[in-house]
Design a protein around this ligand. Structure first.
Ligand code: NAD
Length: 283
């Protein structure tokens, strides 16, 4: 039987619709309009597209969005001063600094400067700690999007073996942390660039999550028959978007799979809107 396709476009749309309805209620009850401030330094083409999509999604869901564009040569102190001003502005509920930043800037210092209550990307160590302890303020958008997809698709996690390929602070590590929480109850293995015999570990996964950044890294023979495969990867190959999973081969073996595009990608923005709404409520 061919794998069930987990439709990120449809699931993300339902999340955005829910956020839009709850935003309307919040505005009606309190007059507070959730407001996301995005900061784009330089003009990396992929970042331009991401920021534009985030702005559009905000407006469509009834949230306010403001874009601060800075020159690629902006010094660290100037960017820190902008973050500080946004931290103090009580009409702003979410601050997003689009990554990657130009090489001369210290991303860690910039992200740490965002006040944790407006850190809707959930990259601040305080929010990471709260998530790890199972009492999150915000969840990091991409892993939260994956959790939502698993939940909506009725994919059981308790007692099942989840293998996450990738250990980045943005995807791999928080993904593993969410899967191991009480209530989710997966048994989790994290694989990375120094993992030995990765194929045989992947073949033991009931849920296999690829966040590697290498086109079609996961081959069909790395997938256990009947496994659920979540492809976080977004790679540009000859102007085409390709995931971290060989989709044709893996979907012949898996029970369910996310496509690229149209899988995890749309979920990330939907969860960002959700976090901005949560922040406005907490304010
Ligand atoms: P990253 O480069 O920070 O991390 C990649 C991870 O893969 C590293 O931890 C590394 O240890 C591991 N890795 C690299 N080579 C490996 C190998 N040969 N074997 C096993 N592991 C290996 O990337 P990231 O930010 O975590 O992103 C991963 C992918 O997800 C990228 O394709 C990125 O574009 C995509 N992404 C998608 C979304 C989305 O919204 N869908 C969001 C963020 C990232």
């Amino acid at each position: 039987m061919p794998a069930q396709i987990i439709d990120g476009i449809a699931i993300a749309e339902s999340v955005r619709n829910q956020v839009a309805a709850e935003t309307q209620s919040l505005i009606a009850e309190t007059g507070i309009v959730p407001h996301l401030a995005a900061v784009l330094v330089g003009n990396d083409p992929a970042s331009e597209v991401y920021v534009r999509n985030k702005e559009r999604a905000c407006l469509k869901a009834g949230l306010k969005s403001t874009l601060h564009r800075l020159d690629a040569a902006t010094p660290q102190a100037e960017l820190l001063a902008l973050v500080d001003a946004l931290n103090r502005d009580t009409t702003i509920h979410g601050i997003l600094v689009q990554l990657p930043l130009p090489k001369h800037l210290d991303s860690t210092q910039i992200l740490d400067a965002i006040v944790p209550t407006k850190d809707v990307d959930a990259f601040h160590p305080e929010n990471t700690g709260l998530m790890l302890q199972g009492r999150p303020r915000f969840l990091p958008c991409t892993p939260a999007g994956v959790m939502k997809m698993l939940h909506v698709s009725n994919i059981a996690t308790a007692g099942r073996h989840a293998v996450v390929i990738g250990r980045s602070d943005i995807v791999g590590k928080p993904m593993a942390a969410l899967l191991v929480q009480k209530g989710v109850d997966a048994t989790v293995t994290i694989c990375h660039s120094r993992t030995a015999d990765i194929g045989s570990i992947c073949r033991t996964a009931d849920i296999l999550i690829a966040a590697v950044g290498i086109p079609e890294f996961v081959k069909g023979h790395m997938v256990k028959p009947g496994a659920v495969v979540i492809d976080v990867g977004i790679n540009r190959v000859n102007e085409r978007l390709v995931g971290d999973v060989d989709y044709a081969a893996a979907s012949a073996v898996a029970s369910a799979i996310t496509p690229v595009p149209g899988g995890v990608g749309p979920m990330t923005i939907a969860m960002l809107l959700q976090n901005t709404l949560t922040s406005a409520r907490l304010s």
